[in-house]
Write a protein that binds this ligand. Structure first.
Ligand code: PGA
Length: 249
């Protein structure tokens, strides 16, 4: 009943020219996809990407958003600016932002609220580090991260967001959570949503898996009952690979 969503996270890769080329290559390959397809490109690519995406079903996404509407925040972009640039989705709280740029659960929450108020769909990233999984904290941690990130939203708004469960130890490493691990942890996240926002929000919210998802492992992951899609890094930079992930069925 939930439409799967496959989102590419290009990270700091590809300028406007290469972005347009990759999108042109991708367009015919994902034309008839059942999944919602999103490409989260670097901000300098918005204009070229939007032009290349014209007439396709692929949606434009960003990789971060500031929580203030405007002001003295050098280097930052507001939700209103993203919206005006044609962006519809935005990744918030990626583990690389948490690790390298001081992102906290509280600033993730501020960004989520700003995005939702501006009419953007946030892709909210949560996930544990290797040592946290080994210590048995995974369920408590993802529950906490999820509830803080969503704090202040209505149940109806929560039903419309996307959450990406990304175990930090699986990102860019070639290590993937097993199908069962990913399904179980995503089930824990959905249960946290259910307890706080009710059955309908839990039934509606789309929860992706992310972390070395690729054409080889996508089928097994997507066959799990709780997994509604993927946030794809490395494999989103090659049109053929990304298209295979999109057509996981
Ligand atoms: P990866 O990245 O697919 O390269 O592991 C996923 C992500 O960081 O969103």
């Amino acid at each position: 009943m939930r439409t799967p969503v496959i989102a590419g996270n290009w990270k700091m890769n590809k300028g406007p020219k290469e972005a347009a080329e990759l999108i042109e290559e991708l367009k015919p390959l994902v034309q008839d996809a059942r999944a919602t397809v999103v490409v989260c490109v670097p901000a300098v690519d918005f204009s070229a990407a939007r032009e290349a995406l014209a007439g396709s079903q692929i949606k434009l996404g960003a990789q971060n958003v500031h929580y203030m509407p405007s002001g003295a925040f050098t280097g930052e972009l507001s939700a209103g600016m993203l919206k005006e640039a044609g962006v519809e989705y935005v990744i918030i709280g990626h583990s690389e932002r948490r690790q390298y740029f001081g992102e906290t659960d509280e600033t993730v929450n501020l960004r989520v609220k700003a995005a939702v108020e501006a009419g953007l769909v946030p892709i909210i990233c949560v996930g544990e580090k290797k040592e946290q999984r080994e210590a048995g904290y995974t369920n408590a941690l993802v529950t906490y991260q999820t509830l803080i990130a969503l704090s202040g939203l209505t149940a109806q708004q929560v039903g419309q967001v996307i959450i990406a469960y990304e175990p930090v130890w699986a990102i860019g490493t070639g290590l993937t959570a097993t199908d069962e691990q990913a399904n179980e942890t995503i089930g824990v996240i959905r249960q946290a949503v259910r307890a706080a926002y009710g059955q309908q929000a839990a039934d509606q919210v789309r929860i992706q898996y992310g972390g070395s998802m690729n054409p080889k492992n996508v089928r097994g992951l997507m066959a799990q009952s709780e997994i509604d899609g993927g946030l794809i890094g490395g494999a989103s930079l090659k049109a053929a690979d990304f298209a295979q992930v999109v057509h996981f069925e």
